[in-house]
Structures are given as C-alpha cells and as structure tokens.
Write a protein of this length. Structure first.
Length: 215
C-alpha cells in the first residue's frame, strides 16, 4: 500500500470515499478556542481488495497522540484515533460515566476483546465504525473539552451534526440523544507494536458484525 501526502483543510464532514484521512486534533487544549490543523494523507487499497472487503493493514507508527485517521473497510467508514493520556483519563471520569447510555458496553456493539473501559484492545488506540446509530450519518470528532458549539459541559468526543447525537472518545453514546447505541467496534487486531489490521479478529476470536445490535 503506497501513500501520497498533501496538505489541506477540509470544510465538510468525512464523506464515503475510499481515502484515508489524517486529522490532527488539538487534545489537551483549554476551552473551545483550540484549533485543529489537519493534514490529509491519501491511501487507496487496490480495487480487488476494496471489492472483496479483505482486511486492511495500517501502520500507525506516524499517528501521534491526538491524531485520527479515517479509512474504509467493506464500504464502511472507520475511525482510528490515537488517544492522549488526558483523553484516556477522562474515559474513567465518574461525571462522564453518569452521562452515558451504556458506559460498561453491556449491549453488543463490540467484540468481547473490546468490551472494557476503553472499548479497545489497546487503550491508546480507538477503532470504531464511524456510522451514527441513529440514522447512519457520519459523526465528526470534537476533541476539545468545553466546546460550547456542542455542550457547555462537553468532555470531548464525537458529535453527529445531523440530529445532535453525541459520543465520548470511546464511542459510547450519551443519554438523551437520538442515537440508541454505542458506535460499533469492528474486528481488529495488531500484528506488531504499530501495525493494525482492520477486518480480522485476534487468533482464537470469532466476532462478526452480524452479532451486533445495530450498525
């Protein structure tokens, strides 16, 4: 898989194109005035790989804390987020947990190996299907706490601009929004320290997206 790098500043939410986007998010900034400067990396799997929905391997060695990439697997948009230490700490905040609809991931929207406090097989990396569980829109990342364009008490997370659904940085849905479930977690595993494989379970696991409550 070869990559071509260029700079750019996208003005719209991610679209359903077969590209991989690298977006720098300003985690840890104080207030809503933080600015995220994105860099776009275009990465196209071969036509036959996309058509077959084969697993996709991604080298995360250059994905810095606070950065997110988006890719497509089986026609589904996937977010891969490298969470910062403060973002991980916030996931355990009792005040946040009290605001979530399914904080313990009791509803099957993820494999067993991602049914934990971070909804991931590696805490620093979040891998989710970027389809809102309300009407299938693509949410956008809003990483800054206190972002008043979302919520005065916003802790950082994902916001669906279509109908206002909200998720934290583990893809867990907030209470009182249209979306009923957490964002789904796809099959994934790691073949090294930084090599992520999306679309394939770890050895000995048999999770399938057909088993989740809702895509």
């Amino acid at each position: 898989m070869h990559a071509r790098t260029e700079t750019g500043f996208p003005r719209h939410p991610p679209t359903r194109r077969d590209f991989l986007f690298l977006t720098t998010a300003a985690f840890g900034a104080v207030g809503a005035g933080a600015v995220a400067w994105p860099v776009i990396t275009s990465m196209k799997p071969s036509v036959d790989v996309r058509a077959a929905g084969e697993p996709i391997s991604i080298d995360l060695s250059h994905l810095q804390p606070g950065q997110q990439i988006s890719l497509f697997w089986q026609g589904k948009p996937i977010f891969v987020l490298h969470r910062t230490a403060p973002a991980l700490a916030e996931l355990k905040n009792p005040a946040l947990l009290a605001r979530l609809g399914d904080p313990d991931s009791t509803i099957v929207q993820q494999p067993d190996y991602a049914r934990n406090w971070c909804r991931s097989s590696r805490p620093e990396f979040l891998v989710v299907i970027a389809i809102c569980t309300h009407l299938g829109c693509i949410p956008t990342i809003r990483p800054d706490s206190g972002d008043t364009s979302v919520d005065a008490a916003w802790p950082g997370g994902y916001f669906c601009p279509c109908h206002g659904s909200k998720y934290d940085l583990a893809g867990r849905v907030f209470r009182g929004v249209p979306a009923p479930y957490n964002l789904p977690v796809p099959p994934h595993h790691y073949t090294g320290d930084t090599m992520l494989v999306v679309g394939e379970n770890p050895a000995g696991e048999d999770f399938s997206l057909s088993s989740i409550e809702q895509l």
